[in-house]
Write a protein that binds this ligand. Structure first.
Ligand SMILES: Nc1ncnc2c1ncn2[C@@H]1O[C@H](COP(=O)(O)OP(=O)(O)OP(=O)(O)O)[C@@H](O)[C@H]1O
Ligand SMILES: Cc1cn([C@H]2C[C@H](O)[C@@H](COP(=O)(O)O)O2)c(=O)[nH]c1=O
Length: 226
């Protein structure tokens, strides 16, 4: 009998994303989770979108400055997808390949909500661009942090300090931000296998505890029993 070649899957880290409207606490919670994972002995890469790699950060600056707004949501979507392709190729995929966990502040769901649900870009277009940019790097788990739009915007304003100018999206009106909130909640409800909806009006420690509990239930090896 011919000896069989056995292909072993390369070890792959986990990919967790944090989503939601402005100022709901995504970066805070991403950093808190990273800390706990590192304490559990996991190599972690934290990153963000748009951005995360030097070239993608250049595109982030163009997007958030508002210079691209006049080209419309489709053009912004294509720029975000270009930034994502570079970010995934240079940072996320290499991290996952070496077995590290990648934690990302915003990813495909932000595009689906900002450019899709609110911007009006067709779902098929978004899906095609996701396949091109993310390819094999889709999130294993997504935390959707939910709070009234005004709560998040107020937190973001306080963080930026008095007199700081809002960016391209923060400057949109209250209805824009409420529609975003509805769109994020709809995604969390439509994809319960991947997404966890978290009440982000709770204290940071409480939110962090819910997140850790979810992660440990999903990957119990993080807290081995004696
Ligand atoms: N649960 C919370 N309760 C009250 N304040 C919070 C909470 N979580 C974060 N904050 C504070 O709110 C501000 C925004 O938090 P953070 O930067 O984590 O939000 P974000 O969702 O990443 O924001 P953005 O969408 O602008 O990137 C920060 O000053 C942070 O300290
Ligand atoms: C990934 C992504 C982001 N955006 C918007 C959402 C925010 O207003 C900014 C990013 O700023 P943050 O302070 O880092 O949250 O960009 C978007 O419109 N579409 C996207 O795909």
């Amino acid at each position: 009998m011919e000896p069989q070649t056995v292909f072993q899957a390369a070890p792959r880290g986990r990919f967790i994303t944090f989503e939601g409207g402005e100022g709901v606490g995504k970066s805070t919670q991403m950093l808190r989770l990273a800390e706990r994972l590192r304490a559990a002995g996991v190599e972690v890469a934290t990153t963000r979108e748009p951005g995360g790699s030097p070239r993608a950060e250049e595109l982030r600056e163009a997007l958030l400055s508002g210079r691209l707004k006049r080209f419309g949501p489709l053009a912004e979507t294509v720029v975000i997808a270009s930034a994502r392709a570079d970010h995934v190729d240079r940072l996320i995929r290499p991290a996952l390949k070496r077995g590290a966990w990648a934690l990302c502040d915003r990813f495909i769901d932000s595009t689906r909500c900002y450019q899709g649900a609110v911007g009006g870009v067709a779902a098929e277009t978004l899906s095609a661009l996701e396949q091109v940019a993310a390819r094999d790097a889709f999130p294993d788990l997504t935390f959707v942090l939910d709070a009234p739009a005004m709560v998040g915007l107020e937190r973001a304003r306080r963080r930026a300090g008095q007199g700081a100018a809002p960016d391209r999206f923060e400057a949109e009106d209250a209805r824009f931000h409420e529609r975003l909130r509805e769109a994020f909640v709809a995604i969390a409800r439509a994809e319960p296998g991947r997404c966890r909806l978290i009440d982000a009006t709770q204290a940071p420690d409480t939110v962090a505890a819910h997140i850790w509990d979810t992660v440990v239930r999903r990957w119990p090896e993080l807290e081995p029993r004696p």
